[in-house]
Design a protein around this ligand. Structure first.
Ligand SMILES: *Cc1c(COP(=O)(O)O)cnc(C)c1O
Length: 363
């Protein structure tokens, strides 16, 4: 079976984790600080605030950008549920904009339609599957309508938009280091920002709102990363550039191999973007997806649907009053998308096998 995800660890991770255990400093510590600097540097951001996971990083970023109860925050309905839930954690209201059918990312025109009629505090754009959102258009809207722009970069470590790394194009960005992401600390996350006030407030938010040793000035949480997880992250940081290149190469081999198959739409990469292929996601047309998925699984190729439903149709959101929302492009995407293995542990032989198997599918 060729698995859809395959986290990679070496003896370095084992060694450094043993060092942490031997030091007995297993909660906050110097490895957390080193990891924050290292990951921020990789992404060309000034500040990194390590968090317990990507979801808490998103919540922290929203609070640090000033989102409060009753505020409206625009996001995409075609993402992992944590994106929208982080808005609910603030007592704020998610407002859903439709996606661009080519990139699967939030459509700036659909965002502007909302901005024209409603006061909005923030926009969370998601760099879905590892492809940057249209940051140029979103920054223009930010200038015109004044809102905080938050990047959900949980799937987009080292992705680029017009020669700039994602993660410091907006006001703040959230990353995840969950086990299935492009690099991992088991559970883990980070907020990146170039803004020193957002940095300072984020540091308080993840640590009970502490201002001094026993002074608490804002409502905070325990969203800290452990020294053990951070140590693992330090070793993963050393590999992520190599792994990213491998993902890009695998994706290009797949796209070349799948050329000419009319029932498959390969991923689209806009000019100026470096797509880091957290997922290699194709569209399976003509209602063939379920049969095609079963065929792949029977032939030993792991695959998955990200995401099978738009967020506003989840029972939780229906109960919250989102029954009448309609984003037709997102609703079409959930019916067609399928993600295939693209991780850096795939061999050229694996990819040839995948391409041949897919080409032999009888419609
Ligand atoms: C993984 C992910 C998250 C949440 O990260 P966790 O570390 O699992 O909490 C948020 N948004 C997106 C787009 C993700 O892929």
């Amino acid at each position: 079976m060729i698995p859809l995800v395959h986290p990679i660890f070496g003896k370095e991770e084992k060694k450094i984790i043993n060092e942490v255990i031997d030091s007995r400093v297993v909660a906050s510590g110097k490895y957390v600080e080193q990891f924050e600097r290292q990951f921020a540097k990789l992404s060309n951001a000034k500040f990194g605030i390590a968090c317990s996971n990507g979801t808490t990083a998103l919540h922290t970023a929203l609070i640090a950008c000033g989102v409060k109860a009753g505020d409206k925050v625009i996001t995409t309905p075609f993402t992992f549920i944590a994106t929208a839930n982080s808005i609910l954690f603030c007592g704020a209201k998610p407002v859903f904009a439709d996606i661009d059918p080519l990139t699967f990312n939030i459509c700036p025109k659909s965002v502007e339609k909302i901005l024209k009629t409603q006061k909005v505090k923030a926009v969370i754009c998601v760099h879905l599957y590892g492809l940057s959102s249209d940051m140029g258009a979103l920054l223009k809207l930010k200038k015109k309508y004044k809102f905080a722009l938050i990047e959900d970069a949980c799937q987009a470590h080292l992705a680029e938009h017009n020669n700039k790394k994602v993660g410091s194009i907006g006001d703040a960005a959230a990353y995840s280091f969950y086990a299935t992401k492009n690099m991992t600390t088991g559970e883990g996350g980070i907020v990146l920002t170039n803004n020193k006030n957002i940095d300072a407030l984020s540091r308080q938010v993840i640590n009970h709102g502490r201002a001094g040793h026993s002074t608490h000035t804002v409502l905070g949480y325990n969203y800290r990363l452990t020294n053990i997880a951070a140590a693992m992250g330090i070793e993963q940081c050393k590999e992520i550039e190599k792994w990213t290149k491998q993902r890009i190469k695998n994706a290009s081999l797949l796209s070349n191999g799948l050329k000419g198959l009319d029932f498959i739409g390969a991923p689209y990469v806009p000019k100026g973007c470096v797509h880091v292929f957290h997922q290699y996601t194709v569209r399976i047309k003509n209602g063939l997806r379920d049969r095609f998925m079963k065929y792949l699984q029977e032939n030993g190729i792991g695959c998955g649907i990200y995401y099978p439903e738009v967020i506003y149709k989840q029972p939780l959101y229906k109960d919250l009053g989102y029954k009448k929302v309609s984003c037709p492009q997102a609703e079409q995407a959930v019916k067609e998308v399928l993600s295939l293995p693209v991780h850096p542990a795939l061999s050229d032989k694996d990819i040839k096998f995948m391409v041949n198997t897919i080409r032999n599918f009888k419609k």
